[in-house]
Design a protein around this ligand. Structure first.
Ligand SMILES: Cc1cc2nc3c(=O)[nH]c(=O)nc-3n(C[C@H](O)[C@H](O)[C@H](O)COP(=O)(O)O)c2cc1C
Length: 352
């Protein structure tokens, strides 16, 4: 019986805060796993060395409190955030729903987080220079109350960027009004230009890759605009994708019509189609991180073959517990061996 079994008895949000507390205590027999260090999974992506391609997606450790402990679960990389300049309580509760029958989650948390100041202290405690077991990213957003969204992202890049291996510009969460507009033509070019200028101004950011995290609810023209702009403006990679506002007809749970972003198993197919499209639109010139609905190693492999150099999970960690990391990595290795690949990078985009 694992920890996930007990957490199911609590409300989703209480279970989440309990998980963070347990990770802080970090009883080694429960959480410590051998760090996956298998040659065929090693890759250099946007200038960083990844021990394995499986990462934890943003939103689990919003305040960067337990990133080191999460790396100990066997992830190759973990992403803190989304962080906003000022602390935010987020939307009113209940705002997090488990769709058990569908292995999905709907959330409209609305960037609840402690703000840049505290998150900076937490990142400082990690000390990247002596961190041996993985890569740490930070995902940044804007405050709901801001009058200048661009300024929020620039502040985040400047303030938190030097304390992480990579920075993600989150312009795709469905729960902050106006945020997704930054993905559209006119806005995206302006944002990318300002980020580039900020990066050039701050010598501590010279080798920090900047990635954009995009929504799964974009149409083909919008996807093309993002691809062209990212290539032209020197964006280092794309994360595909955030949770969706769509509700597949197959959903069974009584919570299926709750407001917010749907994640987990029901979004696997659509987010993988989007990944393939983006791989083609960027002519395989931009590293992509595939995220959305991965529940096992075969699905992780499918993201890789669909164009992702790296993959991330969130919802399957909630449903399956920490063992999911081990399982995905073992199954991924089997898939690679079966298909005769010596290194994971040979499989990237093979099905596009
Ligand atoms: C409860 C919850 C909170 C999330 N919060 C964030 C967030 O703060 N920032 C972000 O970029 N993505 C956030 N996400 C989206 C995930 O990072 C991921 O893109 C999405 O859940 C799809 O992956 P999955 O199907 O493996 O969960 C959140 C997802 C969930 C379920």
């Amino acid at each position: 019986m694992n920890i996930t079994f007990f957490l199911k008895f609590f409300s989703p949000e209480f279970a989440h805060s309990l998980s963070i507390k347990l990770l802080k205590i970090k009883p080694k027999p429960i959480f410590k796993k051998d760090i996956k260090n298998i040659e065929m999974l090693h890759q250099r992506v946007f200038g960083l060395d990844f021990k394995n391609p499986l990462g934890l997606a943003a939103g689990f450790d919003k305040n960067a409190e337990v990133l080191k402990q999460l790396l100990d679960l066997g992830f190759g990389f973990v992403e803190g955030g989304t962080a906003t300049p000022k602390p935010q309580k987020g939307n009113s509760k209940p705002r997090l729903f488990r769709l058990n029958e569908d292995e999905g989650i709907i959330n409209h948390l609305g960037f609840n987080n402690y703000g840049f100041e505290i998150i900076r202290k937490n990142l400082n405690n990690i000390n990247l220079n002596i961190l041996r077991n993985g890569i740490v990213g930070i995902n940044i957003g804007k405050n709901q109350s801001t009058n200048n969204p661009y300024e929020d992202y620039l502040k985040g890049l400047d303030f938190l960027g030097p304390l992480a291996h990579y920075v993600v510009i989150n312009i795709s969460s469905p729960n902050t009004p106006g945020l997704r507009d930054l993905q559209y033509r006119g806005h995206i070019e302006k944002l990318a230009k300002l980020l580039k200028e900020k990066k050039n101004d701050n010598e501590k950011l010279i080798s920090t890759p900047i990635l954009l995290k995009i929504s799964p609810d974009l149409n083909d023209d919008e996807l093309r605009d993002i691809a062209l702009c990212s290539l032209a403006m020197g964006i280092d990679g794309l994360i595909i994708s955030n949770s969706t506002l769509n509700r597949p007809k197959s959903l069974k749970s009584k919570y299926k019509d709750e407001i917010g972003g749907l994640s987990g198993k029901p979004i696997f197919i659509d987010s993988t189609i989007l990944l393939k499209k983006m791989y083609s639109l960027t002519n395989a010139q931009l590293p992509l991180i595939g995220v959305g609905g991965i529940t096992n190693g075969m699905e992780c492999y499918e993201k890789i073959k669909s164009g992702a150099s790296l993959a991330q999970i969130y919802t399957s960690l909630i449903y399956q517990g920490p063992i999911v990391v081990d399982n995905i990595i073992k199954q991924l290795i089997s898939c690679l061996i079966t298909d005769g690949y010596k290194n994971i990078n040979e499989a990237v985009g093979k099905e596009v």
